[in-house]
Write a protein that binds this ligand. Structure first.
Ligand code: SF4
Length: 1020
């Protein structure tokens, strides 16, 4: 019985040596099989391929230690069911809950309910089992290490007890049984002639125990390890511990140096030999080794994939001969996915997405939450819109989401079926509008009324009945309830993508785990909320199987550890910047380094990551690319990793720095989008890309639009210049058009705002909110003040008006939700008291402004209700104006003071009139005199109700100088306003609608704010 530790540097032919030995033995003794044990499925497939290409694999069994354990157990007649990941997760959760219930998790109690905690425990349990640390021994020894470790040990013991009670084993626990089996019967593997353990750079306790026993029973065992027998090089230090552990556990093992002449190209050989060696002399990279620095991880992912695509197209490599290695797959996954979709290059990640975040399952969790969330508007709309549910049996289809959204906006639906019912019932009482005109293709969705509203309510009601959870019941019954629901909604039939199918499989597995978990933990009735919490946390802690089928060629995306032992023709290693690779090492918060050393668990500190980097860069047979990002998330320079420096120092060729703005040859485009982008930048598309010509022309047009938008000064047809439509505009806004001051002000605030709001007639669509919106609040406060002054016995006496305000406000507040159509918030009572205080302040404050003013006209309209509009003469042409003056006061001399209430207090200064943003006051003063013929205005002011003070613009004090002309008093203010009106009319009729963010930023009510590229955050 010989056990040999074959040690040699990477790519020196260890695997090939073992394959040759196995084939030689098979040729000699055909009936005695050989086993090859590798770390994972990827390597299993890789070794099988190599065996096949070297002449056949009959008689040689390739698999993982897990496979070996199952074979051994089968041979002794044991075939325990192996628990799935969700089931393990569920059992650990059950153990934690049990301990929590008994008050035995004093240290971890506050975090024990978090999915991250269960996930962390799951990996610690796996480590302990792999190291053959038994629960009883751990429990005993943990006592001396304090409360926290003791609690981990209790969870471990509780979990193991549950697993055994169910009669299952977990994947790690198989090794215990297998080692026991072989210990008791070495003859179990008597037929095996050779065991090869290949592709590992470290072993756990269970693996070493199994190898030792195999060594006692099998004539020949060969274990390969990277490095050299002395393990002196910095790059090999990581493997020194593995070699030492192996020699300690298997003292009879003989170390054999297998340093063969490597067949790698010179630059790859150089990186293997020279990495971390100070005496290495830089060489030419010779088209074999590449270094790319890109701005961000997004650019880096694109560049790495572009490089791989070039190897496939230019060097004839196959997809499965290329790999990406990243130390941080979660960071790079979305970027790689996006670029691979654009480049048309399938990727296969070795790790799927968290089940709860996959689209179908996220939609399901939202649907199940609908009842819990009291039918919140966004969740209800998502459920109707979701492509994962067929709600036909309830009379709903995805197209109903749009009318329901309008219903929600109209009825201010926040949540609650009663709000949906209330709004739809009101709409059902309205008559159907006439059908749209023939041939009208772009009909906006209409607010559903009449029978349609009635039918929508019936559908929502039916769905709500189905989603209403029954009384508390056991988990098994809940699972059945959800499965029945999914059946009815044809959930599984609606899964279309590979990811959907993979996550649906994971969902079924999760259901099984929940049921089994309950069987072990004991059946108790749980409430819907509790079941939903369990389901969610199990889904959050488990991952979907990788969707791309193994048989389908794809570029592999590997974690660094997974790259060990595999070989590819082209390898790209990403993330070589500080803190990513090597990653910052932190002590494990659950099991300290001291305890790890005691139980021979992998350390978390001093992990010798240099050895991992050595493994990663020595995976390539032909081409190697190393990349790094240069800018951190905060925009600061990102320093290179020491590994990057070590690798680049070996070559004379400097790294290529990718700047997205640099021109790129069309032939380097990895997708049609990239080719078009480069072509538009250089201004031409070569004939070899003729099929892209139509898209090229579109993009050139888009480029012109973008240029215009990015210009410092807004100009041109893409920046609000509608001079080509002057005729239409003159017709729409000609002399007959009746203007309101606020409409003129909107142009004065920003011409493009006017264009969006009044020429295109767009309105911002705000989601419903609890309480009054600013418009409703303004209307309500105005109405109270108007009524209070009208109904006061003496409007000139503030005390009399105050009595009236209190009475009017009470009645108005009571009717306000119905009248203005809002849903009162929980603070409505407090808000009413606050508003009343502000109204009282308004009455008192406006009375204190000066003696002798008596309100004589309230809410005086002009330009409507048979009152003529104010007619202005601007540049020889008439301009008509309409409006409502909040209040006109009169003094003893019959002179007027115009007062306009505002809810807010911004933009009420003289400068706002000078800028053209506030024109109302001087125009109302003119209207009071000329349209309403109330007298001569000598004063005008804005009153900010909520601020309880007057604005600083007073017509009597207005004083503005411009171009040697002084504008004073009400007449001067009117002149300034009329100049603005003239400018605005010329602008509107001339089609000049350039966006100009106003001083102080863009107002939130601007309908263009959602897309306007000149948007400036507002202080309004
Ligand atoms: S977002 Fe600003 S700049 Fe753009 S249209 Fe509105 S107000 Fe004008």
């Amino acid at each position: 019985m010989t056990i040999t530790l074959l040690v040699s540097p990477s790519a020196a032919g260890k695997t090939q040596f073992c394959i040759e030995r196995a084939r030689q033995l098979l040729a000699e003794q055909k009936l005695q099989p050989a086993w090859v044990l590798v770390p994972d499925r990827l390597q299993t497939a890789a070794v099988r391929r190599r065996l096949a290409s070297s002449g056949g694999a009959i008689g040689i069994r390739v698999g993982t230690f897990g496979d070996l354990y199952q074979i051994l157990l089968l041979r002794v007649g044991q075939s325990p069911p192996v628990s799935s990941e969700p089931m393990v997760y569920r059992l650990i959760e059950s153990a934690v809950k049990d301990l929590l219930g008994k008050g035995e998790l004093a240290y971890y109690g506050s975090v024990a309910h978090m999915p991250g905690f269960i996930h962390a425990l799951r990996s610690r349990v796996a480590e302990l089992k792999q190291a053959r640390v038994f629960p009883e021994a751990f429990l005993e020894k943990a006592k001396k290490h304090g409360l926290a470790l003791g609690e981990i040990a209790k969870v471990y013991a509780g979990y193991q007890a549950r697993l055994q009670a169910a009669g299952w084993v977990d994947p790690e626990g198989l090794n215990w049984l297998a080692v026991e089996a072989i210990e008791g019967n070495l003859g179990l593997v008597g037929d095996v002639r050779l065991v090869v353990v290949d592709g590992f750079d470290s072993f756990n306790g269970a693996q070493l125990a199994a190898i030792r026993l195999l060594g006692e029973a099998v004539p020949e065992v060969m274990i390969t390890l990277p490095g050299s027998p002395d393990m002196r090089r910095a790059a090999h230090r990581r493997f020194a511990r593995s070699l030492a552990d192996s020699q300690t556990t298997i003292p009879t093992a003989v170390v054999q140096d297998l340093s063969r002449q490597s067949a790698l190209p010179e630059p790859l050989k150089h990186i293997e030999i020279g990495l971390f060696q100070s005496e290495a002399v830089p060489q030419a990279a010779d088209g074999c080794v590449f270094f790319i620095e890109a701005r961000t991880p997004v650019d880096e992912a694109r560049e790495a994939l572009r490089w791989i695509k070039a190897r496939i197209l230019r060097d004839g490599l196959r997809l499965d001969e290329c790999a990406l290695v990243t130390p941080d797959p979660e960071r790079y996954r979305p970027y790689l996915r996006e670029a691979s979709a654009e480049f048309g290059m399938p990727l296969r990640f070795t790790h799927g997405d968290a089940l709860a975040s996959t689209p179908g399952i996220a939609a399901l969790l939202d649907l199940l939450e609908l009842h819990q969330q009291n039918w919140s508007r966004p969740l209800a709309l998502e459920a109707v819109r979701s492509p994962y549910f067929d709600l036909g049996r309830f009379g709903l289809a995805p197209k109903d989401a749009e009318p329901l959204e309008l219903v929600g906006l109209t009825g201010q639906v926040i949540e609650g079926l009663d709000q949906w019912q209330d709004t739809l019932a009101r709409l059902a009482r309205l008559e159907e509008p006439p059908p749209g005109e023939e041939g009208e293709h772009l009909q906006a969705p209409r607010l559903p009324v009449g029978a349609q509203a009635e039918s929508l309510w019936r559908s929502l009601q039916a769905l709500s009945r189905r989603l209403a959870p029954p009384e508390p019941q056991p988990t098994q019954a809940w699972v059945r309830w959800v499965e029945d629901l999914l059946e009815e909604l044809c959930f599984f039939e609606q899964q279309e993508t590979e990811l959907d199918h993979a996550s649906a499989l994971g969902l079924r597995e999760t259901f099984r785990a929940l049921v089994l978990g309950e069987r072990v933990a004991g059946e108790t009735a749980v409430e819907y909320k509790g079941f939903l919490g369990e389901l969610r946390s199990t889904l959050e802690g488990n991952y979907s199987p990788e969707p791309i089928l193994l048989g389908q060629p794809a570029v592999l995306v590997l974690r660094v550890l997974e790259a060990r032992g595999l070989r590819f023709r082209a390898v790209a290693v990403l993330g070589l910047s500080e803190g990513v690779f090597p990653e910052v090492e932190r002590e494990d918060p659950f099991i300290s380094e001291k305890v790890r050393a005691e139980f021979r668990l992998e350390p978390r500190l001093e992990r010798e990551q240099a050895g991992l980097f050595y493994q990663a860069v020595t995976r390539a047979d032909q081409f190697l690319l190393l990349t790094r990002p240069t800018l951190a998330d905060d925009g600061e320079r990102w320093e290179p990793s020491p590994y990057w420096n070590a690798a680049t120092s070996l070559f004379m060729d400097p790294p290529v720095l990718i700047r997205p703005d640099d021109p790129r040859p069309l032939a380097d485009g990895a997708s049609s989008e990239e080719v078009l982008f480069s072509a538009v930048r250089r201004g031409s598309l070569t004939s070899s890309f003729g099929e892209l010509l139509p898209r090229f022309e579109q993009l050139r047009h888009a480029r012109d639009v973008l240029h215009a938008r990015l210009a410092r000064e807004a100009a041109g047809p893409f920046e609000g210049d509608l001079s080509a439509a002057q005729d239409t505009l003159v017709r729409a806004f000609g002399p007959e058009h009746v203007w309101s001051p606020s409409r003129l002000e909107s142009y004065g605030t920003c011409p493009h705002l006017f264009f969006a709001a009044h020429a295109l007639k767009l309105e911002p669509r705000e989601p419903p909110q609890v309480g009054l919106d600013p418009l409703q609040l303004g209307k309500m406060l105005h109405a109270i003040l108007e009524k209070a002054y009208c109904e006061a016995e003496d409007p000139g006496d503030p005390e009399s008006v105050l009595t009236s305000v209190r009475q009017v406000a009470r009645a108005e507040f009571a009717a306000a939700p119905q009248h203005y159509g809002f849903r009162p918030s929980a603070l409505w009572d407090i808000e009413q008291a606050y508003f009343l205080d502000r109204l009282i302040e308004t009455v008192r404050g406006s009375a204190d402004l000066g003696d002798g003013w008596v309100p004589t006209a309230l809410e005086s309209s002009f330009g409507r209700d048979e009152i003529p509009p104010l007619e202005l003469n601007i540049d020889g042409g008439p301009v008509l104006l309409r409006g409502v003056i909040d209040r006109v006061d009169t003094n003893q001399n019959g002179q007027l003071r115009v007062l306009d209430y505002k809810t807010g207090s911004s933009h009420l200064a003289p400068q706002d009139l000078v800028d053209g943003q506030r024109l109302q006051l001087p125009l109302y003063a003119l209207a009071a005199r000329d349209a309403l013929e109330l007298g001569e205005p000598i004063e005008g002011l804005y009153w900010a109700i909520l601020a309880g003070r007057a604005g600083s613009l007073r017509l009597s004090r207005f004083n503005h100088e411009a171009e040697d002309v002084t504008y004073r008093g009400p007449a001067g203010a009117a002149q300034v306003a009329l100049q603005h009106v003239g400018r605005i009319l010329a602008g509107v009729r001339g089609g000049s609608f350039q966006p100009q963010p106003p001083r102080g930023g863009c107002p939130s009510y601007c309908p263009a704010a959602a897309w306007c590229w000149r948007f400036a955050p507002s202080m309004w």
